[in-house]
Design a protein around this ligand. Structure first.
Ligand code: GAP
Length: 516
């Protein structure tokens, strides 16, 4: 694990106003975070990138914004009341709670890690003549670790599928898994734990008034299927997109904003003719990967098929990102069959079907879903972007800088306006005049405190793609120096060109054109 990068990232987020722990003055609330001034801008830009790529770029996708509170029967129909569980295990000595499947997965990772270490050692020993594939398929120790890991992985998948909590406990005992912090192996039985938060409606007493905070935004789309289809007169295939908060009572919320109890999802349900769902599933796999690749190097992304399908899916794949703690799920793409629309039809008594004029028949559409966590995308963007580097300072000496190499279209602030000196009225007045014009185009920041070099560093640390400096020459010939964040190159340009240059290079259109 790149622990160092991860620690730096968390403290960078706090120090520079991207993310704060929620309720910090009361010592925080586990698994809940607040976005600060730059965090909210970056998050809004990520959401805009997703919304425009899905809704603006597809004539047959429209958006909605459904309520968080929904009729409680929705969660019965969707299967969340009965099946949205994680296997929970308590350690009797440390009193800590764990997900039994995660404890086992971590053990599998350790076995694979041992195999990788053997491979690394051999690669060093044999140098250029090393044949990794051959070594992996013949070395007895590597084979032992990999085969054991694969066998445990298979047994875990079967136990999860069969809801076999006793076997999960047996695996933990057989592998001798201990509480990672205390080392204790004194475990309770494994039991199912429902992840939905519940609350109570004021005007209805008892179970009848029990509401759930939605654990996914998707159900708000399903129950509006008929409304949206009628009002937009869309024909199948068509999609409905939504961005919104979701809530899960995660047993262990950890790894910063990777697993939270309150988070945001960007989901799209694509309604298709039954029998065409695998074709659309593959199309959406490609389209979503292209969206990620426009802002992330290819080697940091990969597909991972699900071993263990959710109750509603007949195919599912994750797009994984190489987070500082390894490759983990960033987005899920699921073929959800007609499960949700059929269940809602049955429980509500309202037929949720589509009349297909080409086939001259009614049917319940099948659904392909794409679902990406906004907070996970935020974490991925920061992991990609945060760089410490050595660069020459104004005197040509080595100095270190922290820079966020965010895609310019996602950067919180697009341009900083810096008067060379703050005590020269003419410079400050001119800088203010330029700032007041630029703010109509994009988010700018005016900064006059400290030496210009320090101000550049502050802007680098929040990922601002351009800084412009107003100096005495500006007063003479209406030109400024413009400095580009990554190359640190400076150029003199007319004041009148600033808005155009910054707009052209930070426009979201550049990303959208890459994925088209
Ligand atoms: N509607 C399908 C669905 O909710 P999911 O795989 O459970 O599928 C989709 O969630 C995405 O939501 C995940 O890929 C992840 O990015 C994000 N997500 C899920 N649980 C999360 C959590 N506790 N904290 C942050 N993001 C989460």
């Amino acid at each position: 694990m790149q622990e160092d990068l991860f620690k730096r990232l968390v403290s960078h987020c706090k120090e520079y106003g991207f993310i704060y722990p929620s309720s910090e003055v009361y010592d925080g609330l586990n698994g809940v975070y607040d976005y600060g001034p730059y965090g909210v801008e970056l998050k809004n830009n990520i959401k805009e990138y997703w919304w425009r790529a899905m809704v603006q770029m597809h004539e047959n996708i429209t958006g909605i914004d459904s309520a968080i509170f929904m009729h409680p029967l929705i969660w019965k129909a969707s299967g969340h009341v009965d099946a949205f569980n994680d296997p929970l295990i308590d350690n009797k000595d440390s009193k800590k709670r764990f997900r039994a499947d995660v404890l086992i997965e971590n053990e599998i990772d350790k076995m694979m890690g041992k195999a990788d270490k053997e491979v690394e050692k051999a690669a060093k020993r044999f140098g250029d003549s090393f044949d990794e594939a051959m070594f992996r398929s013949t070395n007895p120790r590597v084979l032992e670790y990999t085969q054991k890991a694969e066998a445990v992985e298979k047994r875990l998948a079967n136990a999860m599928k069969a809801n076999d909590m006793a076997d999960l406990k047996a695996i933990i005992e057989e592998l001798g898994i201990a509480d990672p912090d205390s080392g204790s192996r004194n475990w309770t039985e494994v039991r199912q734990f429902n992840l939905m938060f519940s609350t109570q409606m004021s005007n209805i007493a008892g179970e009848e008034g029990k509401l759930y905070l939605r654990p996914e935004t998707a159900q708000g789309i399903f129950v509006n299927f008929l409304n949206v289809q009628k009002t937009t007169r869309q024909k199948i295939p068509f999609g409905i997109a939504q961005i919104g908060k979701a809530f899960r009572n995660e047993i262990v919320a950890r790894q910063f904003i990777f697993r939270m109890r309150e988070f945001e999802q960007m989901e799209m349900q694509f309604f298709v003719r039954p029998g065409t769902e695998m074709e659309w599933y593959n199309t959406w796999k490609e389209r979503r990967m292209a969206w990620h690749r426009a802002v992330t190097p290819e080697e940091k992304l990969k597909f991972k098929d699900h071993d263990n399908l959710a109750h509603y899916a007949n195919a599912a794949v994750d797009i994984q990102f190489d987070f500082p703690f390894g490759f983990k799920e960033l987005e899920g793409i699921h073929s959800r069959t007609d499960f949700d629309l059929s269940s809602h039809s049955e429980l509500s008594g309202k037929k949720m079907q589509f009349f297909d004029p080409e086939l001259n028949e009614h049917y319940t559409p099948f659904v392909v879903e794409t679902s990406v966590g906004c907070d996970r995308m935020f974490l991925a963007m920061l992991s990609n972007a945060l760089v410490e580097e050595t660069v020459p300072d104004a005197q040509g000496e080595d100095s270190s800088r922290t820079v966020l190499r965010l895609a310019p279209a996602l950067a919180p602030v697009k341009c900083a306006v810096l008067p060379l000196l703050k005590n020269k009225e003419e410079l400050v007045g001119k800088a203010r005049e330029i700032f007041d014009k630029l703010k109509f185009h994009f988010l700018c920041q005016y900064d006059e405190k400290d030496a210009v070099g320090r101000r550049y560093r502050r802007q680098d640390a929040i990922g601002t793609p351009y800084c412009i400096t107003i100096d005495f020459e500006t007063l003479e010939n209406d030109t400024v120096t413009i400095r580009e964040r990554d190359s640190m190159k400076q150029e003199r340009i007319p004041v009148g060109d600033v808005a155009r240059i910054v707009s052209e290079n930070t426009d979201m259109r550049l990303l959208l054109e890459q994925i088209a």
